[in-house]
Design a protein around this ligand. Structure first.
Ligand SMILES: [Zn+2]
Length: 448
């Protein structure tokens, strides 16, 4: 990786941090133009798609000969989440400060360093006259942080022939999840936030004999939800446990859906391993988090509602969710209305999606990580609990979509996780360098 490339990545990142594309409202066209100016200065032809005033996406393509599958760098998103309290930051969050070997700023980790690396790698491949055997595409988009309707999904719906792709690499991945272990992301869980409504008969609180109290019904429902065990599925935890290097017997037991509950309790007791993590990746989870009902101490409540954070595995849908809620509630189900949480309260249904944990692209990723970080390193397949733009591509074309980056290991996992949408977000220059090298090698090896 030449110093010129690192300088170019750094200055692109700084400019995008200073552009402040906080979503909402976004205003991403500023950073899209930043990317465009850079690419054009190196002779790359681009296409900009304005999806709304001040919003937009940019695409560049190096045509392949068609002998290999196509690969996309991206979709990378240039929008960022707001900063709640600027005073808590060590440096101002929208200045692109370089300090202690890191570039600091909102969006630096999520995901401007990846956008900048992918853009610079693409431009240099273009300048070198790289002749790929499959199409190489670079896509940078708006609006990921608020659902992608004007960004990735807009492109997939309005320009499917331009953004269709067999494989892609985008945000997340590279986290140091154990000694010599680094994650890559091959799928994501979905969300199906649910509201349960309960009915009672409103009357005076001084005469409760045989009253129908909506809050009491809600309490019974909460109890039933807590006691219910949704079906377990170990297909996602299997490759993860294998890569984590757990002992053969432990793994064999953990891989049996029927023994998983027992095993999780054992793990939780011994304090070894992360039972909560394995649990959430092996089943739909329910967490009843908000309950509302009753207005006055002297009135028996006629209505109540309960909001439940529901996270589903790839392949599970709202029908599945409701069927299991009804099963959990038993006869009580007749007294409960089960709906999606209203959309203005965040109740958008998002399906989970998944790519192959062991595709040819993953093999190339693995060999690159071993070369750049050391032969002792293993890549650990992870399914992310949150949504990314990958889901639109998996749904449209079954694209094999991965979160891939290479961290330099100077920031520990807990600090890293706290940075996403958090305070003091920053990226070590070393991570930026390794990640750019990784993309360069990935494109060359996969498409040659
Ligand atoms: Zn992101």
């Amino acid at each position: 990786m030449s110093t010129t490339m690192i300088d170019e990545i750094t200055s692109l990142m700084q400019e995008m941090i200073r552009n402040r594309c906080v979503n909402p409202p976004g205003g991403e066209i500023k950073s899209i133009r930043t990317i465009d100016r850079y690419l054009s200065s190196l002779g790359v032809e681009t296409e900009i798609f304005e999806s709304a005033p001040d919003r937009g996406n940019i695409l560049a393509v190096i045509k392949g000969s068609g002998e290999r599958p196509s690969l996309m760098l991206g979709p990378g998103h240039v929008d960022v989440v707001p900063v709640e309290n600027e005073d808590e930051w060590t440096v101002p969050p929208f200045e692109g400060v370089i300090q202690d070997g890191c570039i600091w700023g909102r969006g630096s980790m999520d995901m401007l360093y990846i956008v900048a690396s992918q853009t610079v790698v693409f431009a240099h491949l273009h300048s070198e006259g790289f002749k790929p055997k499959g199409d190489l595409k670079l896509l940078v988009v708006a609006d990921e942080e608020v659902g992608g309707e004007l960004g990735a999904n807009w492109m997939v719906r309005n320009h499917p022939e331009k953004v269709k792709v067999d494989f892609l690499v985008t945000e997340a991945g590279g986290d140091p999840i154990g000694p010599n272990q680094m994650s890559y992301i091959y799928g994501e869980k979905g969300t199906a936030w649910t509201r349960m409504r309960f009915k009672g008969e409103e009357r005076h609180g001084s005469a409760p004999f045989r009253s129908k109290n909506a809050v009491v019904t809600m309490a019974k429902a909460i109890q039933k939800i807590r006691e219910y065990q949704p079906p377990r599925d170990t297909s996602i935890t299997k490759p993860f446990l294998k890569a984590m290097g757990l002992g053969g017997i432990t793994r064999a037991l953990l891989n049996q859906p029927r023994l998983l509950g027992f095993m999780l309790n054992q793990i939780a007791k011994s304090g070894k391993g992360n039972a909560g993590f394995i649990h959430s990746l092996s089943q739909m989870t329910w967490s009843p988090n908000v309950c509302q009902g009753g207005a006055k101490t002297n009135t028996i409540p006629g209505t109540a509602h309960l909001d439940i954070d529901v996270r589903i595995l790839p392949g599970q849908d709202e029908e599945y969710v409701r069927a299991h809620f009804r099963k959990a509630l038993g006869p009580l189900a007749d007294e409960v209305e089960i709906d999606r949480l209203p959309s203005d309260e965040g109740g958008i249904f998002t399906a989970g999606s998944i790519s192959s944990a062991n595709s040819p692209l993953v093999e190339v990723m693995d060999s690159i990580v071993k070369e750049l970080r050391g032969p002792e390193f293993t890549l650990v397949p992870l399914v992310s609990p949150g949504a990314t733009d990958c889901r639109f591509f998996r749904k449209a074309w079954d694209t094999q979509a991965y979160g891939f980056a290479i961290h330099d290991g100077t920031i520990d996992l807990a600090t890293l996780l706290g940075m996403f949408h958090g305070t003091d977000e920053r990226v070590p220059i070393g991570t930026l360098e390794l990640t750019a090298k990784g993309y360069m090698e990935l494109a060359k090896r996969f498409l040659s």
